[in-house]
Ligand binder design. Structure first.
Ligand code: CDP
Length: 228
């Protein structure tokens, strides 16, 4: 029996990654954070001092890297190895936040990472989060959600996270960076972020993560029961 797949998209800091990780634990599904894969290519590009406006060079990096994602007990729930090096702790550095959307709008990079993602989901049982999961990677997923929240609330959440990590940045700066990333992600020509027909929008403004997880898991459990 093939388990269902769950696809979740949404703008930056909408809580989708945390929600999906908890949901995966609760439902016994595998969690895959596709943002980490784009972040890994951005990390590699910065490490190699690649020209971020050179689509061919960025595509080469994506096509020729050995990327492995393994379940892990740490806070993120996974570890990402790139060319044999564990770079999980580097993926959320502010310099990656600031450059990842430029890398992610390159079609060659997307083509390669989407292929890898589709392969990971081919046997079912995966909860995947990103920007194009409901529309391009798994438009056939049994459950498709768009997790949203107001930009001010998202900026507040991300600011608190960064403060905990000891980063010196103001809430106003975080808000500006989120707006910029959202703009690039939703206006790029290849696979932009949007709420597609048939995808359920879930607004988490004013809700706790637990409330969102509870709401989604009730729906998903119904489906899993129906299949089991
Ligand atoms: O966690 P947060 O929402 O801040 O970002 P993320 O999910 O880690 O994604 C980082 C960036 O990768 C996004 O801003 C997009 O530019 C890109 N991305 C994408 O283009 N397609 C995906 N499926 C996932 C991420």
């Amino acid at each position: 029996m093939k388990l269902p797949n769950i696809a979740i998209d949404g703008p930056a800091a909408s809580g989708k990654t945390t929600v999906a990780r908890l949901l995966a634990r609760r439902l016994g599904l595998v969690f895959l954070d596709t943002g980490a894969m784009y972040r890994a290519v951005a990390w590699l590009a910065l490490k190699n001092s690649a020209d971020l406006s050179n689509d061919g060079a960025l595509t080469d990096l994506a096509e020729n890297c050995d990327m492995r994602i393994k379940p892990d007990d740490g806070e993120l729930g996974y570890a990402l190895e790139l060319n044999g090096l564990d770079i999980t702790a580097r993926l959320h550095e502010p310099r990656i936040d600031q450059n990842v959307s430029a890398v992610a709008k390159v079609s060659g990079v997307r083509r390669n990472l989407v292929q890898r993602q589709q392969k990971m989901a081919e046997n079912g049982g995966v909860i995947m989060v990103g920007r194009d999961i409901t529309t391009v990677v798994m438009p056939e997923a049994e459950f498709r959600y768009y997790l949203d929240a107001s930009v001010e609330e998202r900026a507040r959440r991300r600011y608190l996270e960064l403060q905990q990590q000891g980063e010196s940045i103001t809430e106003a700066e975080v808000l500006e960076q989120l707006k910029e990333r959202d703009y690039i992600d939703s206006h790029r020509s290849d696979s932009p972020l949007y709420l597609a027909e048939g995808v359920r929008r879930f607004d988490s403004t004013g809700k706790t993560i637990d409330e969102v997880v509870e709401g989604l898991s009730q729906e998903c459990l119904q489906l899993l029961k129906g299949i089991g």
